[in-house]
Design a protein around this ligand. Structure first.
Ligand code: SF4
Length: 336
């Protein structure tokens, strides 16, 4: 299979140049040039995605690993990634596939039909998650797969940095059922310095997703010395509460040194302090990559423990197919 696939969202310019309008970098590319993401190339005036069907990982994962804690808790989902990314986070946890330096021996070529056949072959599989590297840069492959997945009656999940143009996001929304979006910090300085991108387009994506009614959870990776100003964090919490909803689940994730950043891992006390602060304003806050009760779901009305999670199991007290707290009978913001 040819891994070069004509890209969506490009505008032809004079002298065979093109403008890519998929993400807010809006790269201007002359013939032969490749975009900032490293996987979209102008070949004779046509923009191509060079990572179409280039599968770097395909695993059946717990939905909690995405992380989505309120979208069919306890279920598994087949998860696929390719290569490339439109951000350059110096703390990237998946840099081998986001910014590959050499040929990757584990790459497989697979078309959407084959991926969907795998999804259908898995017992009790919820559907497909587009994850591991940034799905925005494998947009066409994701969209074609997602449409087939919907035709088969399964669900689609996108795990993304949210750095996508509003036009591309709007076209994507009907095909994706649930999103986990990284909100990596709450200042433009942080986004510029640590990711080589900008904050506002991510906020715009969050608002578009929430307004569409699609399922949304947010992940914030807490990095000591980089995005751990408590005032910025509280501004983020206020923004979520005011612009989205206090019911949008927030995952505060523990950082471990990786790639180009060698800061020490996030201390447990710091994670707990941020968790306590956020939980004063938001209904559902979690700590990820860290063993504590802050990975369990509690009823925001009566405090009952509804879902207990540990490394290998998810114990759900909610009746299948319902989102009513068994103790106080009030609605919990969750799809079960
Ligand atoms: S998707 Fe790639 S080529 Fe297109 S604007 Fe973003 S970085 Fe540039």
């Amino acid at each position: 299979m040819d891994n070069f696939h004509q890209a969506d969202f490009f505008e032809p310019l004079k002298d065979l140049g093109v403008r890519c309008r998929l993400c807010p970098h809006f790269c201007l590319l002359n013939v032969g040039q490749t975009g900032i993401c490293g996987v979209r190339k102008n070949i004779n005036g046509i923009l191509y995605a060079s990572n179409y069907g280039i599968v770097s990982a395909l695993h059946l994962d717990p939905i909690e690993k995405k992380p989505l804690y309120h979208f069919y808790p306890g279920r598994e989902i087949l998860s696929v990634g390719t290569i490339g990314c439109n951000l350059f986070c110096n703390f990237c946890q998946n840099w081998e596939i986001a910014h590959p330096q050499n040929d990757l021996f584990f790459i497989k070529k697979m078309n959407p039909d084959k991926i969907v056949a795998k999804a259908l072959a898995q017992k009790n599989n919820l559907g497909m998650a587009y994850t591991y590297n940034e799905p925005v840069v494998f947009y066409e492959f994701m969209m074609e797969t997602a449409q087939l997945v919907h035709q088969c009656g399964l669900m689609n999940v996108m795990v993304s940095n949210g750095f996508i143009s509003p036009l591309a996001m709007e076209k994507l929304l009907p095909s994706i059922d649930a999103f986990n979006i990284d909100l990596k910090g709450f200042t433009n300085e942080f986004y510029k310095k640590y990711t080589k991108s900008e904050l506002q387009p991510v906020l715009d994506s969050l608002k578009l997703i929430f307004a569409s009614g699609k399922w949304l959870e947010i992940t914030f990776l807490l990095i000591p010395g980089a995005n751990d100003d408590i005032n910025d964090f509280m501004r983020m919490i206020d923004w979520i509460a005011e612009q989205l909803s206090i019911d949008v689940p927030l995952h505060i994730s523990r950082y471990f040194p990786n790639y180009k950043l060698n800061t020490h891992k996030t201390p447990g006390e710091q994670l707990e302090m941020f968790y306590q602060k956020a939980a004063k304003s938001l209904s559902y806050v979690y700590i990820g990559n860290y063993a504590s009760i802050a990975r369990n779901t509690f009823c925001p009305h009566c405090g009952a423990e509804l879902i207990t999670r540990n490394a290998h199991s998810v114990l759900n007290r909610l009746k299948a197919g319902t989102n009513i707290c068994p103790d106080c009978k009030k609605i919990v913001y969750l799809v079960n």
